[in-house]
Design a protein around this ligand. Structure first.
Ligand SMILES: *[C@@H]1O[C@H](CO)[C@@H](O)[C@H](O)[C@H]1NC(C)=O
Ligand SMILES: *[C@@H]1O[C@H](CO)[C@@H](O)[C@H](O)[C@H]1NC(C)=O
Ligand SMILES: *[C@@H]1O[C@H](CO)[C@@H](O)[C@H](O)[C@H]1NC(C)=O
Ligand SMILES: *[C@@H]1O[C@H](CO)[C@@H](O)[C@H](O)[C@H]1NC(C)=O
Length: 205
């Protein structure tokens, strides 16, 4: 699992296309901005409690929250229901920081702006993400690197999408994810919609 995960079903009206992603600059800017506004939201945080961050006015519609968790809790207990994310037991962070900040962005109606899709595809859900940073110094103002967190193949992090548009007739839902280098990856949807119109996705990269 890459340190930035963004999954959501999309539909295909045309042939399957996978184009290079040329919007890396603005997704990097987004990363910077997310770190900046979330660390401000975390003054004196309680461990394991998600805090909503304030986004700049020109990003109204984007939701961001952040939560601190110790590395050992992440690995031994996981975290159920961090918004749409189900984090299982066994997730590891490879640089051994004692405390992590897990940042959750929901790009809402900015999804298409930050992560434009190839022609013939459109989003059925907002783009969601899960990023991790060192939480050792929460007053850090320097830009921190993303940490590398990984789930095992048999216990992947799953996402229960709560805000899914119905699939237009004749089109096929797919998942798309973006890595930090800005590449776009398409994948199949693991589970079908349930009766509440919710979709559940598994990812085991
Ligand atoms: C929001 O405004 C800031 C400057 O205040 C600018 O740097 C940034 O690019 C803007 N973001 C968007 C998505 O328009
Ligand atoms: C998203 O919706 C908000 C209002 O909820 C609006 O202010 C904003 O301009 C919209 N952004 C985009 C990219 O459509
Ligand atoms: C935390 O970061 C701030 C801002 O970069 C710095 O001034 C401070 O010395 C750091 N604290 C520790 C304990 O490293
Ligand atoms: C991203 O780019 C770096 C440096 O070029 C490379 O080492 C890494 O393997 C790339 N990651 C992915 C997921 O392509």
């Amino acid at each position: 699992m890459a340190s930035m995960l963004l999954f959501f079903p999309i539909f295909s009206l045309s042939l399957f296309l996978s184009l290079p992603f040329n919007n890396a600059t603005s997704s990097k800017d987004l990363d910077t901005l997310l770190q900046d506004c979330t660390f401000k939201a975390l003054s004196n945080p309680k461990i394991g409690i998600p805090y909503d961050a304030k986004v700049p006015n020109n990003l109204t519609g984007v939701k961001v929250s952040a939560m601190t968790l110790s590395r050992s809790t992440l690995t031994t207990r996981g975290f159920q229901n961090y918004n749409e994310f189900q984090i299982p037991i066994g997730v590891i962070e490879k640089s051994y920081v004692k405390r992590l900040v897990l940042v959750y962005p929901n790009l809402g109606n900015f999804s298409e702006k930050f992560y434009p899709l190839p022609n013939g595809f459109s989003y059925l859900t907002p783009v969601l993400g899960l990023l991790s940073y060192s939480g050792v110094n929460l007053s850090e103002t320097e830009l921190l690197p993303n940490l590398d967190i990984r789930a095992s193949e048999d216990k992947p992090i799953s996402i229960r999408f709560s805000d899914v548009k119905s699939v237009p007739y004749g089109s096929i839902p797919m998942c798309v994810s973006f890595d930090l280098n800005g590449s776009m990856h398409f994948d199949i949807v693991f589970h079908d919609w349930d009766e509440n119109g919710e979709a559940e996705e598994d990812e085991d990269e």
